[in-house]
Design a protein around this ligand. Structure first.
Ligand code: UTP
Length: 293
């Protein structure tokens, strides 16, 4: 497998779970501590050397592109005010990636969003897919863990995490043979199975390394769960005819579209800042006392 440099990030969803906060701000631009959600995802991609980022966007999403571009009036103001650290942060976001955008004109699902980027990917090229609202903190980064396996084994891989049996109905679930190293040789996949019917508890999270062959399967995929063209359905069809691995990602994951996960992620990242950690902990303790009384 050749070096992988491109990653498709579908960010065209409506974000209904994040309403009303996401009414006029894309969910992916909501802040987690001091950065928008999407910046964490982009930084994870960069750790895996994926610097050609394809945003699949929709209406009212241009603010996402702007975040990764220069804002000259702001930069000049910060420069004049001598706010060097902040200026550095602002310029850093502008220089981070080579950004390509494609439009998903109808929100027909995650599989359809990936298909919208077909023309950007060459024949036989491998590429990453990262869902723009999943935060994954791994060491090395979640995406790097997947790319290492995909390149070593020369086949597509998808990232999974074990979830509680009562949560399987929120995810795509894989079935297969688990090797000694914990990697699963996929034999089947099912999107959001009813509790008690799932083939395993290994849930597909928003990280994939695929090859251009997947587009053929996406073209053939009919609307599935929720009437949407599901990426899981295309992956399942692919996995029935080819080898594909599920790699349990070592790390922590937050679904930024879920309020409890979103708020926990805010605390998690804020507590890494030594300047605010002591005061934040004090306030958290006070809240705990008040609410457990
Ligand atoms: P979600 O399943 O979280 O859907 O999409 P959503 O519409 O964003 O949010 P909810 O469930 O209504 O709250 C996972 C990712 O796939 C993108 C979203 O932007 C999100 O980053 N997506 C989803 C698309 O780009 N297009 C789609 O048609 C659907």
């Amino acid at each position: 497998m050749q070096k992988i440099t491109k990653v498709i990030m579908p960010v065209a969803g409506l974000g209904t779970r994040s309403l009303p906060a996401s009414k006029n701000i894309p969910k992916e631009m909501l802040p987690v501590f001091n950065k928008p959600i999407i910046q964490y995802v982009v930084e994870e991609a960069l750790e895996a050397e994926l610097s050609n980022v394809v945003f699949v966007t929709g209406r009212e999403k241009t603010v996402l592109e702007d975040h990764f571009d220069h804002h000259f009036p702001l930069e000049e103001t910060l420069e004049r005010a001598g706010k060097k650290a902040l200026l550095g942060e602002v310029i850093n976001a502008a220089n981070m990636i080579n950004l390509i955008t494609v439009r998903q004109k109808e929100r027909l699902g995650l599989g359809h969003a990936v298909l919208c980027a077909e023309t950007i990917i060459h024949d036989n090229e491998a590429f990453g897919v990262m869902v723009g609202d999943d935060l994954i903190l791994g060491e090395p980064s979640g995406m790097k863990q997947l790319i290492d396996v995909a390149q070593r084994e020369n086949m597509p891989v998808i990232g999974v995490l074990e979830v509680a049996p009562e949560h399987v109905n929120k995810y795509g679930i894989v079935a297969g043979n688990t090797r000694e190293d914990g990697i699963i040789e996929i034999t089947d996949m099912v999107e959001k199975p009813a509790i008690g019917t799932a083939p395993s508890c290994m849930a597909i999270i928003g990280r994939y390394v695929l090859t251009s062959e997947i587009f053929k399967y996406l073209h053939d995929t009919k609307p599935g769960h929720g009437g949407e063209i599901q990426l899981t359905d295309a992956l399942k069809a692919y996995a029935l005819e080819h080898k594909m691995l599920a790699v349990p990602i070592k790390g922590i994951r937050f679904d930024a579209g879920d309020w409890v996960d979103y708020l926990t992620a805010n605390l998690f990242f804020a507590l890494k800042d030594t300047k605010i950690k002591p005061e934040l902990l004090k306030r958290m303790e006070k809240l705990l006392q008040d609410y457990s009384a």
